[in-house]
Design a binder for this molecule. Structure first.
Ligand SMILES: N[C@@H](CCC(=O)N[C@@H](CS)C(=O)NCC(=O)O)C(=O)O
Length: 234
């Protein structure tokens, strides 16, 4: 049996859910709206982070490792145009693909750090490290833009790569939250075109970005957040 532990708002987990959908794999959704106690989370992963993935008796965490495992373990691809990439890295461009992926994940870590600090009371505008984290986002986008050959392909030609999927999940996460960060994506026209194409893909639409902030306890079927009422009842 396969299962995925994730929080509704996590961009790392959203990327893994999109890959599971692309591969047509069924799995149990162990969805949490907010983060539970450390003791509870530690039963699933020592990092205390999501996503965590189970494939039978095998447990994996770290979204990039889960994605790599999925692409390598499940070779069947849906007949989509363009299809999901056959593998995480191309043999002839392995280190290029790896550095792109690591850089995309650094973007995700910077973005989620800003978000988590904001909800725990520290605003990016008043904190040196968070200001630097926000600057990192723009620099990374600039570099990633320079790695794309044209506006009609992603980081690997003629397919949708895990690099594309994670970048889209992280960028849309930043845009969906009131973090006070404007990525000015229109300045990066190749990335902008890539992410717009991905937004239209079924796997992305089946796993939409969900708004989360403290007090959100659930969602309407259309994704509208439900807030805890003033009496502390849902
Ligand atoms: N490097 C990890 C990062 C995952 C991560 O930051 N997850 C966040 C949710 S977006 C989380 O679990 N935060 C809770 C915490 O850090 O305690 C991965 O790629 O899986």
């Amino acid at each position: 049996m396969r299962a995925l532990l994730f929080t509704t708002g996590s961009p790392f987990a959203r990327a893994v859910r999109i890959i599971l959908n692309e591969l047509g794999l069924e799995y149990e959704r162990r969805e949490e709206i907010t983060t539970p106690s450390a003791d509870l989370r530690a039963k699933s992963t020592p990092t205390l982070q999501v996503p965590t993935f189970w494939d039978g008796d095998f447990t994996l965490w770290e979204s990039g490792t889960i994605a790599e495992y999925l692409l390598e373990t499940y070779p069947d691809r849906r007949q989509l145009t363009p299809p999901l990439a056959a593998l995480p890295w191309r043999e002839e461009a392995k280190w290029q693909d790896k550095i792109v992926f690591s850089t995309v994940q650094t973007f995700g870590s910077a973005a989620t750090t800003i978000s988590q600090m904001k909800w725990s009371g520290v605003d990016a505008a008043n904190n040196t490290h968070l200001k630097r984290s926000a600057e990192k986002l723009t620099h990374i986008l600039g570099w990633l833009e320079s790695q794309l050959d044209d506006a009609s392909n992603g980081f690997m030609p003629d397919c949708v790569s895990m690099q594309d999927i994670f970048l889209a999940a992280h960028v849309r996460f930043v845009e969906a939250r009131p973090l006070g960060i404007n990525l000015e994506l229109s300045k990066f026209h190749k990335l902008d075109a890539l992410l717009k194409r991905l937004d239209d893909r079924n796997s992305f639409q089946a796993n939409p970005v969900r708004w989360w902030e403290p007090g959100v306890v659930g969602y309407e079927p259309d994704g509208t957040p439900l807030f805890q009422n003033e009496n502390g009842k849902n």
